[in-house]
Design a protein around this ligand. Structure first.
Ligand SMILES: NC(=O)c1ccc[n+]([C@@H]2O[C@H](COP(=O)([O-])OP(=O)(O)OC[C@H]3O[C@@H](n4cnc5c(N)ncnc54)[C@H](OP(=O)(O)O)[C@@H]3O)[C@@H](O)[C@H]2O)c1
Length: 218
């Protein structure tokens, strides 16, 4: 039987590339927004009401809100924290139940280069992306005895809608100058790393942060 994967944010961008990489090997579930809205934490409880279980969880969905500290609204704080930090934790909590019973599980949390370093106006985003690395490390320690491996992947600048919204054309040109490989990542290049981490060849990597950024943070 194929292993069951829960993938969030699989509709586009990096998530769509992950879906395309995994679909031949796994039974990949991508909930529609009406089934699972990660901004509304109670919808996660409703989603698992029927006792769904998964072998692999990929917490990919995420948003970015770029604002200086004076402009940040309470609703921004709630929205980004819910989607990027609280929802992955709640999904992990539900998925881990079955994984523990099966003594098998793989979890990948998508963080960001802004989860290992930061820049101005990234207070909200970095708060969540550093946070999810903390969750990853703590859970790797707690869940290792159940053969549940959990890692974080930090994409650098990747050619998706999120990036196009976040950077102006001139900013993008300036950014290329700072990337040793002189280009953005294609979503497939990020997806390949996730495929390895959740696959059968990964039997011993857990609690790690894999930065896939063309050398930007080197
Ligand atoms: N692109 C980059 O350069 C980059 C760099 C570093 C890290 N990342 C991280 O990589 C991940 C994917 O980024 P991306 O660039 O592929 O993003 P994207 O193209 O903007 O896609 C975001 C995905 O998240 C989903 N999503 C947003 N809000 C949601 C909600 N409330 N409930 C459920 N799903 C929701 C979207 O679903 P809908 O289609 O329904 O809106 C979409 O599938 C994110 O965690 C991001 O922070 C991206």
């Amino acid at each position: 039987m194929k292993r069951r994967v829960l993938l969030t944010g699989g509709s586009r961008g990096i998530g769509k590339a992950i879906y395309d990489e995994l679909i031949d090997t796994y039974d990949v579930v991508i909930p529609k927004r009406e089934e699972l809205d990660l901004c509304d934490i109670s919808s996660i409880d409703r989603y698992f009401e029927d006792g769904k279980s998964f072998d692999i969880l990929i917490n990919n969905a995420g948003i970015n809100i770029i604002k200086d500290i004076d402009s940040i609204l309470d609703e921004d704080i709630q929205k980004i924290n819910n989607i990027n930090l609280v929802a992955p934790l709640k999904l992990t909590k539900y998925c881990v139940k079955g994984m523990k019973a099966n003594k098998f599980g793989k979890i990948v949390n998508i963080s960001s280069i802004w989860g290992v370093r930061s820049k101005e106006k990234r207070t909200l985003y970095s708060g969540t992306k550093f946070g999810i690395i903390g969750q990853t490390k703590a859970l790797a320690r707690e869940l290792g005895e159940y053969n549940i491996l959990i890692n974080a992947v930090c994409p650098g600048f990747t050619a998706t809608e999120l990036t196009m919204q976040s950077l102006s054309e001139s900013e993008m040109e300036a950014v290329f100058g700072q990337i040793p490989l002189k280009r953005m990542a294609e979503p497939k290049e990020i997806a390949n790393c996730i495929k390895f981490l959740v696959g059968d060849d990964n039997t011993y990597i857990t609690g790690q942060t894999l930065v896939v950024d063309g050398g930007f943070t080197a």
